[in-house]
Design a binder for this molecule. Structure first.
Ligand code: CDT
Length: 308
């Protein structure tokens, strides 16, 4: 019998800097209700879903930066989302800026969580590959200060048993790195949820601007096929505070085929009935890891001493 998970990718349109979390949460609840009406088991939201993409601004005052972070999860602002999900018996994933204290030390991570149908946080992932730059670079039309505002996640990619399958998470820039998918696949993940905020304009190589949507799907589809897993990409899209963000949120089968894609740059839900057993079409055949991998020869992959 097929092991079907009905997944929804809830793309969000732009979020203004002044938009309150209550306003964003009500947009998310509308998408969640639509997902429930389509019998979704889980609905996935983008990276940093509760606010505008704040790393585009240099802020001198740490208090201004911290205003974009969540000091606890869940908290009063997101309580209505958690409550509605419990009523609807639907799971969800959510990206947010996490401000936390561990052993008396403050940490800031770009984080995403999976919440099960009963409202429990069952998985947390802190972004490993942080793009951008740590210092203010006024020549840029907008900043990308993830390297200033976040610490890189200190934990490996990981898997969670939920919704009758094995789920993993990654965040935005992670999706460009083949190691992300292979790590997740080797840990048994059958479906990975990946939220993103990707500007059309890349100031370091503007000649690639027209390739942003291509590179998005290229990375997600290759990751799905080469690892035999479902990949769900969820955009924050559209013109946000003057910065154009790509859309094309998508659901990708283990064969690498896009089976659903958003057609707008606004709030939009796409859904698909994903049979997790389809991972085996790839994993038992062309990418049978046990039979064909040669990890003993892949020594450069985990060596910290090589250039490049
Ligand atoms: N959010 C995020 O990781 N965005 C990057 C933008 C390009 S690097 C400045 C991405 O990889 O899509």
């Amino acid at each position: 019998m097929a092991r079907v998970v009905v997944v929804g990718a809830a793309q969000l349109g732009p979020i203004a800097r002044e938009e309150t979390r209550a306003e964003v949460v009500s947009r998310m609840i509308a998408l969640m209700e639509k997902a429930a009406s389509r019998h979704c088991d889980v609905v996935a939201f983008p990276e940093l879903a509760l606010t505008t993409f704040f790393p585009r601004w240099f802020m001198e005052d740490q208090a201004d930066v911290d205003a974009f972070f969540e000091k606890s999860m869940p908290n009063d602002d997101v309580a209505p989302l958690f409550a509605r999900a419990r009523e609807l018996k639907i799971g969800f994933s959510l990206g947010y800026g996490e401000l936390t204290e561990i052993d008396g030390v403050t940490h800031r991570y770009n984080t995403t969580i999976i919440v099960d149908k009963a409202g429990n946080i069952v998985h947390r992932y802190r972004k490993i590959h942080l793009p951008g730059h740590p210092e203010h670079e006024p020549w840029r039309p907008f900043q990308h200060l993830e390297k200033r505002y976040f610490e890189p996640g200190p934990e490996p990619f990981s898997a969670a048993s939920v919704f009758g399958g094995i789920f993993g998470q990654a965040i935005c820039n992670d999706r460009r790195w083949p190691e992300t998918y292979r790590e997740l696949a080797l840990r048994g993940v059958e479906m990975v949820l990946i939220g993103y905020n990707t500007p059309v304009h890349y100031p370091l190589a503007p000649e690639h601007d027209h390739l942003q949507c291509f590179h998005n799907h290229l990375s997600l589809q290759a990751g799905a096929y080469q690892n035999g897993m479902w990949v769900v990409g969820i955009a924050k899209a559209g013109k946000e505070e003057g910065c154009d963000l790509i859309g094309q949120s998508c659901i990708i089968a283990p064969t690498g085929e896009i089976v659903a894609m958003a057609g707008t740059l606004g709030d939009e839900l796409i859904t698909y009935d994903c049979d997790l057993d389809r991972c085996l079409e790839i994993r038992k055949n062309i990418f049978n890891f046990k039979l064909h991998r040669r990890p003993e020869l892949y020594t450069a992959l985990t060596s910290a001493n090589l250039d490049g």
